[in-house]
Design a protein around this ligand. Structure first.
Ligand SMILES: Nc1ncnc2c1ncn2[C@@H]1O[C@H](COP(=O)(O)OP(=O)(O)O)[C@@H](O)[C@H]1O
Ligand SMILES: [Mg+2]
Length: 385
C-alpha cells in the first residue's frame, strides 16, 4: 500500500500543501520545527481519523483558522481509495471515503499505517500502562471483537472497584462482587487470549526485524506478561471446540484469581490482579530492555517492535502497511541506519530527518527527496530510474 497524493489545508503549520508521492523510500528533511512531524501527523489523520499526538482537534488546526482539512489517496494492490477528513475548531470532524461520509471505524483496513516516533522509546522505558495502550490500540485496529471485550472488561472492573469500596465500608456484602467478577472474567479471558496470540505472532517478527536492524548480535524477545498466570494453549489449534475450551479455562482462572484476591482488594479498594495490570516484556539476551538497554539499543528495539507490528498486519491483511519513520535515525550509527532500511517491509517508507546525509548514501540514491521549511515542501529532483 502506498500514499500517492497528499493535500493539507490549514493543518498545523501548513497553509496549503499538495504533494504527489511515488512508492519506495521518501526522505523528508528539514530543520527543527520545519513541519516534518506535522506532515506525518497529517497522513495519520487520513489513515486512522485522528492524530497520534494531538489531544484536541483544535490543536491540529492552523492557528487563527477555524477549519483544517486533509485529503489523501492510498493505492493498494487492488484499488485506489480517497480519504478526506475535515476538522473544525468546534471539535467536529467529518470523514469521507471515496466521497461518502463515514465513521472513524470505517477507516480500519482502508490504509494501514505504522508510525515510529520518538515517543515509542518512552513506551519501552515507561510504565506498563503505555505498553498496554499500544497493545490495545493495535489489537482494536485489527479485531473488532477485541475492542468490544476490552471496553466491557474495563467497565466490569470499574464496577467491581466501586463494589469493593462498598464492602470495605460495610454497605454491601461480599456477594455483591460476584456478578462483576463473572463479567470481568468472561471479557477478560478474551482480552488475555487475544493479547497472548497477538504477542505470539509479533515476537518472531520483532525478533527478525531486530536482527536485521542490528546486524545479528543480541536477540530480542517479546513476551506476554499476564497479571494472572494462564495456560494459553496456543498450540491447541484454533478450531471452534479448542477455542471454546481455551476461553473456558482462562475465564475460570481469572474468576478464581479475582475471588482469591478479595480480601486484599477490599483493603485497597481496587482490583490488584487482571489484564488491566498486564505487561509486555522486552528483553535482549534475557535482560530487560527497560532496565538495562542503552539509549541506542532501546531505539533499535522500539523500531523493531514497530516493524514487527507492520509484519503482523501484513500477514493478517495481505497488504504491507505504509511505514512512517519519524526521526528514527538519530542516535543510531551508520550500520544500524542501514539496518533500519534493510528491515523495512513496505511498498512505501516515509522517513524524516534533520539532515539528508543521515540517510545511507545508497538508500538516498534510490529515494525521492523532499525538503521541508516553514510548512513548505519542495521536491529535490525526480526520482532516478
Ligand atoms: N496548530 C498550529 N498552527 C500553526 N503552527 C503550528 C501548530 N502546531 C504546531 N505548529 C508549529 O509547527 C512546528 C513544529 O512542527 P513539527 O512538524 O513538529 O517540526 P519538525 O520538523 O521538527 O518535526 C512548530 O514550529 C510549531 O510552532
Ligand atoms: Mg519532528
Amino acid at each position: 500500500m502506498h500514499l500517492s497524493r497528499l493535500e493539507l489545508r490549514e493543518l498545523r503549520n501548513y497553509e496549503t500543501l499538495a504533494l504527489e508521492l511515488p512508492a519506495g523510500v521518501i526522505a523528508v528533511h528539514g530543520p527543527n520545527g520545519a513541519g516534518k512531524t506535522n506532515l506525518l501527523e497529517g497522513i495519520c489523520v487520513a489513515a486512522v481519523g485522528e492524530s497520534p499526538r494531538a489531544r484536541t482537534t483544535d490543536e491540529l488546526i492552523r492557528w487563527r483558522s477555524q477549519h483544517g482539512f486533509v485529503r489523501a489517496e492510498f493505492v493498494n494492490s487492488e484499488r485506489r481509495r480517497r480519504v478526506e477528513v475535515g476538522l473544525a475548531a468546534s471539535g467536529r470532524r467529518q470523514i469521507k471515503i471515496d466521497g461518502v461520509s463515514r465513521r472513524r471505524a470505517d477507516l480500519i483496513g482502508v490504509a494501514p499505517v505504522v508510525l515510529f516516533s520518538a515517543s515509542d522509546i518512552e513506551v519501552l522505558r515507561g510504565e506498563p500502562s503505555g505498553r498496554r495502550r499500544l497493545l490495545d490500540s493495535e489489537l482494536s485496529a485489527i479485531r473488532r471483537s477485541y475492542y468490544y471485550h476490552v471496553t466491557r472488561y474495563r467497565r466490569a472492573i470499574e464496577q467491581r472497584n466501586r463494589a469493593l469500596k462498598e464492602v470495605r465500608e460495610r454497605r454491601s456484602a461480599e456477594e455483591a462482587l460476584t456478578p462483576w467478577e463473572n463479567a470481568a472474567a468472561r471479557h477478560g479471558a478474551h482480552v488475555m487470549l487475544d493479547r497472548s496470540d497477538f504477542i505470539a505472532s509479533l515476537a518472531p517478527e520483532a525478533q527478525r526485524a531486530h536482527a536485521t536492524v542490528t546486524g545479528g548480535g543480541r536477540g530480542l524477545t517479546v513476551t506476554y506478561g499476564p497479571s494472572i498466570a494462564i495456560e494459553t494453549g496456543q498450540t491447541a489449534g484454533t478450531d471452534g471446540k479448542d477455542e471454546a475450551g481455551r476461553v473456558e479455562h482462562v475465564t475460570r482462572r481469572v474468576a478464581a484469581a479475582l475471588e482469591e484476591r478479595r480480601r486484599v482488594d477490599v483493603q485497597y479498594g481496587t482490583t490488584t490482579r487482571g489484564p488491566h495490570r498486564d505487561d509486555i516484556e522486552l528483553a535482549l539476551d534475557g535482560q530487560s530492555v527497560r532496565a538495562f538497554a542503552s539509549q541506542g539499543e532501546q531505539r533499535s528495539c522500539a523500531v523493531a517492535l514497530r516493524m514487527g507490528l507492520a509484519a503482523v498486519a501484513h500477514a493478517m491483511t495481505g497488504e504491507a502497511p505504509l511505514l512512517l519513520l519519524d526521526d528514527v535515525l538519530s542516535e543510531l550509527d551508520e550500520r544500524h541506519r542501514r539496518g533500519v532500511f534493510a528491515a523495512c517491509d513496505a511498498d512505501q517508507v516515509i522517513v524524516t530527518c534533520c539532515d539528508r546525509e543521515d540517510i545511507p548514501r545508497d538508500v538516498l540514491a534510490e529515494s525521492s527527496i523532499f525538503a521541508v521549511e516553514n510548512g513548505e515542501v519542495t521536491p529535490h529532483h525526480a526520482r532516478p530510474r
